[in-house]
Design a protein around this ligand. Structure first.
Ligand code: SIN
Length: 347
């Protein structure tokens, strides 16, 4: 028996010495709430549930397979429905992600989030995280208590993606429903279905098959370590609001924006960012008051081209809510309209 123990110990030490220890990547899960942490009274109720009920450790414990993929730590940043997400929280989240990724022993970050405004947080991090290490947001359309809840598989795939060396340098990604989307393009397209996240024009970066990622493409736009935006000293984000264009849209909404001292306005115009005569006057008035105005398209996809006959800057291919995120971020650096327009073409 004594000899057997000596033999096994020797073999173990030799294998460690010869082949090195297989060390799993270190992934930190930052939880913010949402349906993935939601709980309902019945397992068929996917509507009248409370988002942001379960803590991060409960989400981790629900997927024991995570332990085979990464060494996991969890932190609770918030526990809210993402309809209540604020600029203050996403700024805090960005700072925390940067702080963690600056450590040599952290290999990547997963963020659990509500689906409703996930694309805004994802794009904000895409602009403000200063690292090539993977940052992946995930979520769920069915609460954790539902039959066939989608959260556990989404979390497993998000951690798997974060632990994959191929995921480095691709910017912030979003994983749901076996699809890998870029934070720059992905958007929520349906209020209830599990295949809600899509990018109509640009498609997905890749897919998951049997819980393994397969990449198809990369994105060209600037992001993360190539981004010039550094918010480390910023205490508060500029105030940027969204106004919506429609038949009879009133000019007084612009007056209200001026009276409330906003820093920027994104106007979701019809078609390719068209304005009504009233919003046209409103935009000019706002610009004269020193407010930067960007026109986006209420269609939700396609490019808003530069049109010299209309006032305001253009959002390029960013949808309205992401245009707001870029304008807030850009205004931390400059108020120069030409420079800001350049950012809209390159980020
Ligand atoms: C939310 O966005 O927090 C609620 C909806 C969801 O997570 O699917």
């Amino acid at each position: 028996m004594k000899y057997k123990i000596i033999l096994f110990t020797t073999l173990f030490l030799m294998s460690t010495f010869c082949f090195g220890e297989t060390k799993l990547p270190h992934v930190v899960i930052l939880a913010t709430g949402g349906t993935i942490a939601g709980s309902a009274a019945s397992n068929t109720d996917t509507v009248s549930y409370k988002a942001g009920e379960l803590g991060v450790q409960t989400l981790i414990d629900a997927v024991p397979e995570l332990k085979n993929i990464a060494q996991i730590d969890g932190e609770q940043v918030a526990n809210i429905g993402s309809n209540d997400m604020t600029s203050d929280i996403i700024l805090k989240l960005s700072n925390r992600v940067n702080e963690l990724l600056a450590k040599d022993d952290v290999d990547g970050i997963v963020i659990t989030h509500g689906t409703d405004t996930l694309e805004e947080t994802a794009y904000f991090l895409h602009l403000t995280v200063k690292s090539d290490k993977p940052v992946v947001l995930t979520a769920a359309m069915r609460p954790a208590t539902a039959i066939s809840a989608d959260g556990p598989m989404n979390l497993l795939e998000a951690v798997t993606l974060t632990s994959t060396s191929e995921a480095k340098g691709r910017g912030v990604m979003v994983v749901l429903n076996d699809r890998i989307g870029s934070a720059r393009f992905i958007t929520k397209t349906n209020g209830t279905t599990t295949d809600t996240f899509k990018a109509a024009e640009q498609g997905y970066l890749g897919v998951f098959i049997a819980a393994k990622p397969h990449f198809e493409t990369k994105i060209d736009k600037l992001h993360t370590s190539n981004s010039i935006f550094d918010l480390s000293g910023v205490k508060e984000l500029p105030k940027v609001i969204i106004l919506y264009g429609y038949q009879d849209d009133p000019e007084y909404l612009f007056d209200a924006a001026i009276e409330n001292h906003v820093d920027g306005i994104v106007y979701a115009g019809s078609g390719a960012g068209s304005t009504s005569v009233r919003s046209d006057r409103g935009i000019k008035k706002a610009e004269n008051a020193g407010i930067v105005v960007v026109r986006s398209s209420r269609t939700g996809s396609g490019i808003v081209p530069v049109n010299k006959t209309l006032p305001g800057l253009v959002s390029d291919s960013l949808n309205t809510e992401k245009a707001r995120i870029l304008l807030m971020t850009a205004l931390t650096k400059t108020k120069d309209p030409e420079l800001i327009q350049q950012y809209f073409h390159t980020y």
